[in-house]
Design a protein around this ligand. Structure first.
Ligand SMILES: Cc1ncc(COP(=O)(O)O)c(C=O)c1O
Length: 385
């Protein structure tokens, strides 16, 4: 069997397809610009074939894009624990709460998964330098994987991002530019300069492979739950890459005969001060309006408009899921409850996801007995200032 069964890239907005043999960003059909998805000749692979392999995102290599083991740029990302959160759940009388604990990834967040895949493919397809806008954690991960790969890395982040994020990027040898503006302002600078500078733009969902790295959370979750899926998945959403990736993973898994058609209700969690997805979800819109004057201390959630908002919103609706906004004070309480109940010092984004469970229960949108997985997407240590 081929190491990777990657076949081609397909646009998520229009019927266009593209060869996967060169560096591509988004769909180039006139006026489209849709995010591209990797499409695989799904192999006759059994779940048992995977069982004895190393616990990294690359254990799923037949459905990952690297064409050989030599191409892979890895720091040991993925294979994170799914922890039963009895004491946390007991606060709400919920016996079936689980935390997918992503803080143990290289560079302290789930961004490592996506950047391992994106940097692997960028280098394999000829990039010499990468660039990206970041809310913080993606920049650190990009810089670390670029260092490992021997690529130059240019990171653009809002000036008021917690200082540790710039410090870690520079430690990994990246060039950091602090921007007076939000992440989309940073993205515009990358887009304007990338051709002249020879940078490959690894902005989330503006290249096809970060989502491939993030989808491994969907594979892991199913494996860790004995090849079943939970009733509800609660995901703190900026660009939405993990939510989109997990949905893609379960589709692949169903087509390989690994799981049935049942899916969790997907819940997107954002901050009150930057809630484009909950607002669009409530209004029935298929795309979000830019959140002006976006504010929250959860820097990963300070994304005024996700590039692939149309995918996030369609998944929330198809799954009969939900979208919830949480205040910064509530997030702080969430962080404190996760730490004191479960020994997990979560990023504010993880705290937000936990608080969302409380809100869903109070609103009758989740039942006490349901199996709920909360994503703790990163470590709290980077936010102590
Ligand atoms: C800790 C943390 N959680 C969640 C997010 C949002 O992730 P995504 O862009 O996949 O929605 C980020 C993004 O920066 C983050 O750093």
């Amino acid at each position: 069997m081929r190491f990777s069964t990657l076949s081609h890239l397909a646009c998520t907005k229009c019927p266009a397809t593209f060869e996967a043999t060169r560096l591509l960003d988004v769909c180039r059909q006139a006026g489209c610009g849709g995010s591209l998805f990797a499409v695989y000749d799904l192999p006759a692979l059994s779940r048992d074939d995977i069982a004895g392999r190393d616990r990294s995102i690359w254990r799923w290599h037949e459905v990952m894009p690297a064409r050989s083991a030599d191409e892979i740029v890895t720091l040991g990302e993925g294979g994170t624990p799914l922890l039963r959160a009895d004491r946390l759940g007991a606060r709400l009388g919920m016996p079936n709460v689980w935390v997918k604990e992503e803080a143990g990834n290289p560079t302290g967040s789930f961004k490592a998964r996506g950047l391992s895949a994106a940097v692997t493919m960028a280098r394999a397809l000829g990039a010499r330098a990468i660039a990206l806008p970041t809310a913080g954690n993606a920049g650190g991960a990009a810089a670390a994987y670029a260092a490992k790969a021997g690529l130059a890395c240019h990171v653009f982040m809002p000036r008021d991002t917690p200082k540790v994020f710039a410090i870690e990027c520079e430690a990994y040898g990246a060039r950091v530019t602090l921007v007076d503006g939000l992440i989309d302002d940073c993205g515009r600078i990358v887009a304007q300069r990338k051709d002249a500078e020879g940078w490959f733009d690894v902005s989330t969902l503006k290249e096809p492979y970060r989502v491939e790295g993030k989808k491994t959370m969907g594979y892991e979750l199913a494996e860790q739950l004995g090849w079943t899926l939970p009733d509800v998945v609660v995901y703190p959403t900026g660009g939405g890459t993990g939510l989109i990736g997990m949905w893609k993973a379960w589709d692949e898994m169903e087509r390989m005969g690994w799981i049935g058609p049942a899916r969790p209700r997907m819940v997107s969690v954002q901050a009150e001060g930057c809630a484009p997805i909950p607002l669009a979800f409530a209004s029935g819109a298929t795309v979000s309006a830019r959140a002006e004057d976006a504010r929250t201390y959860a820097s990963g959630l300070r994304v005024p408009k996700a590039y692939a908002d149309y995918l996030i919103l369609s998944i929330l609706r198809e799954s009969k899921g939900d979208a919830v906004a949480v205040t910064d004070d509530e997030m702080r309480r969430g962080v404190s409850e996760m730490a004191s109940s479960e020994g997990l010092f979560a990023a504010p984004e993880g705290g937000a996801a936990w608080i969302a469970v409380e809100k869903l229960l109070a609103a009758g949108r989740v039942d006490r007995g349901e199996r709920v997985v909360v994503f703790d997407t990163g470590t709290g240590y980077k936010y102590v200032a």
